[in-house]
Design a binder for this molecule. Sequence first.
Ligand SMILES: *Cc1c(COP(=O)(O)O)cnc(C)c1O
Length: 363
Amino acid sequence: MAEPLFGQPLLTVDLAAIVANWRDLAARGAPGAVAAVVKADAYGLGMAAVAPALRDAGCRHFFVACLTEGLALRGILGPRPMIAVLEGFPPGADGDAALVPVMNSLAEVEAHAAAGRACGVARRAILHVDTGMARLGLDARELAALAADHAMLAGVELLYVMTHLACADEPEHPLNALQAERFAAACAALPPARRSFANSSGLFLGPGFASDLARPGCALYGINPTPQAANPMRQVLRLDAPVLQVREIPAGASVGYGASWTAARPSRIATVAAGYADGYLRSLSGRAVAAFRGQPVPLVARVSMDLTTFDVTDLPGISAGDSLTLIGGPGCSPDEVAARAGTIGYEILTSLGSRYARRHIGV
Ligand SMILES: *Cc1c(COP(=O)(O)O)cnc(C)c1O
């Protein structure tokens, strides 16, 4: 495990918490299976550590976004677990990695079916039906064509039919029920196959959203899948950044670029070694809090590329060499930091920088 060097922030990822979150979600997904979505380097937390921990806990199905992630994950996990690629790929593009493409259009269905017929071995694949996202997946016209001619699927071993919810984090949104209806109708019109439906939030929407394979991502990593209620998931990460200096400034002195903050009283300013280049977003300027031994520490002035300043006037215990918890402490969970930055927890996680020492604990 990397020890932080002088001045280096430390990102701690609790693999036991991720595993516990997966077990909680797996219990919600029962009787169907529950996969793990580990795209974007397991939402920034390190796929190479996260995926084996989940595999060892019993997870048998993994989803990544793209072919490069799928090839990397096959190298990490070895031959057995299912690895599905949400963006799909042409037949054979995965070499001997035995990845499962998600077929997102009729043309992709035709390509995989033709390849399967040509070699006499059906191609394992997942069929994505669009029920309300309009990004990827068969649209209504393509679905009707396939429903009218199931022979188009000859040469494909259909592992799952899947769809993706647009508004699962808003339980009252009418699109949820509409998507469930459209998905049921699509599955009824297609050859019998197992179904894959809910993402993290979808697992909390009730029995109408159950399926044979749920696909949670964010909740594994401690993001609240039920934003209207208390977070049922365990917190997973902590970002601690070292204080490089604590300086005294007189009332009336300004701090940082744009002189956007001026001390109203004689103040002590702690300069911390992390900034927007580390994923501590510039939109947090003047708005965030960090934590020090359970106490909130207000961010003042602008977040700059490598440095951020905090007002520690009321926390005389802080000096150079101490660390402030920027993400993952009281008052600064990823969701709370996201709210202050005007974004979502997903973006806080996937923006986490590359300059940290990273420590995976808990297994
Ligand atoms: C990212 C993604 C998921 C996981 O969503 P979360 O909201 O993070 O649980 C599931 N399915 C698809 C198609 C996705 O793109």
